[in-house]
Design a protein around this ligand. Structure first.
Ligand code: 13P
Length: 244
């Protein structure tokens, strides 16, 4: 499976970020670990060649040039990252629209970065309107993409209501399995069977060593942990629990 660890803004010191990345590089596991430190720490940890792939947590909508404070896809790929997280709910909460997310996906792919596209509803309702919400997030972000580029897309299903909670408040096994199937159906119906097979699907939202095994449902390709990825102890425990 794939584990994309999103450090968010948990680590203020570059040495702490480096310690987690180095410890992850030393783990013996069949899973692929990709870690997403802050922009400022990205180049630093990449230079340490710790043996795990790196991701940025966001990117600019702009290609480069006169855009003060922006971090373009090219800057990210030249800093040693292979992946970028796009459309995280914490960015969407700050005003990132589906259209901005779509632009960022294109920018990332043009710079040969692999995209971890985050989608997920704020809450679930009895009429299942959240399913149309997820569909719209997926289709709007990916509609301009060439079929051949879909191998560089990973969808991370992160229901907002499950983020940053305790072990018992992550999604249930049944609901996760059902949502993974639903996302595959969205990909098949709005794109192609080939696209559906090419795109990997992750789950994020209060994943940790205690609950990860029960969340390894059929069809799921991995996880996007936040807090549990931000210390070497909790990340190691998570990976070991997956391997157990
Ligand atoms: P937590 O694992 O801390 O709930 O965060 C999930 C997340 O938002 C990862 O991007």
């Amino acid at each position: 499976m794939i584990i994309v660890g999103n450090f968010k803004s948990y680590l203020s010191n570059k040495d702490d970020a480096e310690a987690v990345v180095k410890a992850a590089g030393k783990l013996t596991t069949k899973h692929k670990i990709i870690l997403a430190p802050s922009f400022v720490h990205l180049g630093y940890v990449a230079a340490k060649k710790a043996g795990v792939a790196l991701a940025a947590q966001d990117l600019s909508i702009f290609e480069g040039g006169a855009h003060t404070g922006e971090v373009s896809a090219d800057v990210i790929s030249n800093s040693g990252a292979s992946h970028v997280i796009v459309g995280h709910s914490e960015r969407r909460a700050d005003g990132e629209t589906n259209s901005i997310v779509a632009t960022k996906v294109c920018q990332a792919l043009s710079a040969k970065l692999k995209v971890v596209l985050c989608v997920g509803e704020e809450s679930r309702d009895a009429h299942a309107t959240y399913l149309s919400f997820i569909t719209e997030q997926i289709v709007s972000a990916l509609k301009g993409i060439k079929e051949a580029d879909f191998k560089n897309i990973v969808i991370a299903y992160e229901p907002i209501w499950a983020i940053g909670k305790g072990s018992n408040e992550a999604i249930s096994t049944d609901d996760l399995e059902e949502t993974v199937l639903f996302i595959k159906k969205v990909l098949r119906e709005n794109f192609t069977e080939k696209v559906m097979k090419a795109v990997k699907i992750l789950y994020g939202g209060s994943v940790n060593a205690e609950n990860v095994k029960s969340l390894m449902v059929p069809g799921l390709d991995g996880f996007l942990p936040g807090r549990a990825s931000s210390s070497k102890e909790t990340l190691k425990a998570l990976v070991e629990a997956m391997d157990a």
